[in-house]
Design a protein around this ligand. Structure first.
Ligand SMILES: [Cu+2]
Length: 473
């Protein structure tokens, strides 16, 4: 076993140098050099596009450290734009969080922080407008390993994204779907699409750990696994006191899920993990090697419950009402959209219900409590205070109902209830999706002082104003 594993690691390390494989961890040091630069990236044979990258690949350089290590990142911005790096999900000092630390073209930069919690996190640009920077490829995983993670037969990262490209790989403007968010027509796993995606290789009896990260700026990814089951162990990096089994994983932008997969299949059989839009390219083949091993038991360490006692009975300290408004175009309150809306004639949405194209043309804003960033009132909280927030998605008037996955920097939060109902199990997250018309109660404490972002992770919405701050003193 030991021999097999070490050989596999060497082989995968070698292939990483050539093809940028995420298939196994290669034991990087905690001193990371990042060269941010524009490169040509092959999504699949015959389809190459220009990207902005952390270190020349998409996703960028994976940072893989152990719990308790200090991460030192240094590098240079060789992009044609100012940028920032945000360490999504990590609870670290405010001055290391990213958005406040701008890096101009040609400037060197450095970050240093200790990682106190294991889990699956990611880093990405947070320089507004954030949409273009992340959409161009400025994202990568940061994995904080727990000791038990080494006991899996394999530990794999799957970063999901979508791209809107023409047949020559040129970036298209607009969106591949009817709505206004930037959805792509090509979807990728670890920067690759379709047959260019590396297979998940298993041997009967093994137990593999899969870490999914949704780096899309707007797309929700729904991943099915055929012939196998997922056992979900972590949400946004946080271990579940009660893991659960499922055939389907749903990830909204910014979310992560860790799941175990037991190798119960047979050599010669075809299995696949794929998205519900697999025709766009997310299809991960599962291949079996000859032979089998003694069934590997789960090394997952079940955490102690740590939910806030009695929190469900408390009145929320803050309520955030999510919505969108159109600043009306100059030709008045009753525009005739059909001619100019581009292929959406005939659905006949009456005022005041507007199509998204209408909203976009009129100047769309996304709001929290009726205001857009930076005019939204900040949430003023005390360090250590248990803060309960109700978030309500009232954005129900659009032709296409809008989800709003809300992310808070600098903390993790407990899902207290969804639409007034307690969740089936204790869940901690840093990004929670709110479908239109639904509401959620969350609770958290801030342990580090500072001004922390709270925003929708559909980046069109974030850039369009659905953002505020939590000020912790
Ligand atoms: Cu949103």
């Amino acid at each position: 076993m030991v021999f097999k594993k070490s050989v596999a690691l060497i082989l995968l390390a070698a292939s990483a140098a050539i093809a940028f494989s995420f298939s196994a961890f290669t034991g990087q040091a905690a001193d990371i050099k990042l060269d941010m630069k524009e490169v040509n990236w092959e999504i699949k044979p015959g389809l190459t596009t220009k990207v902005w990258s952390y270190g020349g690949t998409v996703p960028g350089t994976p940072i893989i450290v152990k719990k308790g290590e200090t991460v030192n990142v240094s590098g240079v911005n060789n992009l044609p734009s100012t940028t920032t790096i945000h360490w999504h999900g990590l609870v670290i000092p405010n001055d290391q969080d990213g958005p406040g630390k701008t890096i101009k073209p040609g400037e060197k930069y450095s970050y240093s922080f200790k990682v106190n919690e294991s889990g699956t996190y990611w880093y990405h640009s947070h320089y507004r407008p954030v949409l273009d920077q992340v959409d161009n490829g400025l994202y990568a995983p940061i994995i904080v390993k727990a000791p038990e993670d080494d006991k899996y037969s394999g530990d794999h990262i799957y970063v999901l994204d979508d791209w809107y490209l023409d047949a020559s790989g040129n970036r298209l403007k607009g969106t591949a779907r009817g709505d206004m968010e930037r959805f792509g027509n090509i979807e990728t796993v670890n920067g690759k699409s379709g047959s260019a995606i590396e297979p998940l290789v298993m041997r009967k009896g093994e137990l593999h750990k899969l870490r999914f990260i949704n780096a899309s700026t707007a797309a929700i990814h729904i991943i099915k696994i055929l012939g196998h089951r997922f056992r979900v162990t972590h949400t946004d990096g946080h271990p579940l006191p009660q893991p659960y089994e499922t055939d389907v994983l749903t990830l909204s932008p910014g979310e992560r899920l860790d799941a175990e997969v037991a190798a119960v299949g047979d050599v010669g059989q075809a299995y696949i993990m794929e998205s519900d839009r697999s025709e766009l390219g997310i299809k991960i083949p599962i291949q079996y090697q000859q032979g089998q091993v003694a069934t590997v038991a789960s090394p997952f360490v079940v955490p102690q419950p740590k939910g806030f006692a009695g929190i469900e009975n408390r009145t929320p300290d803050f309520t955030l009402d999510l919505n969108s408004v159109m600043d009306m175009p100059s030709h008045g309150a009753n525009p005739a959209p059909a001619a100019s809306a581009g292929g959406h004639a005939g659905h006949g949405a009456p005022a005041p219900s507007m199509t998204n194209e209408m909203k976009m043309q009129g100047g769309m804003r996304w709001t929290i409590n009726g205001k857009s960033y930076p005019d939204v009132a900040a949430l003023q909280v005390k360090l250590g205070q248990i803060v309960k927030v109700r978030i309500v998605n009232n954005d129900i008037s659009t032709a296409e109902k809008m989800d709003h996955p809300i992310h808070i920097h600098g903390t993790e939060f407990q899902i207290v209830s969804q639409n007034g109902k307690a969740p089936e199990r204790e869940i901690w997250k840093d990004t929670v999706n709110l479908p239109a018309g639904e509401y959620v109660d969350i609770a958290f404490t801030m342990t580090n002082p500072g001004t922390w972002m709270l925003h929708c992770h559909i980046l069109d919405h974030e850039d369009g104003g659905m953002m505020t701050t939590v000020v912790a003193k």
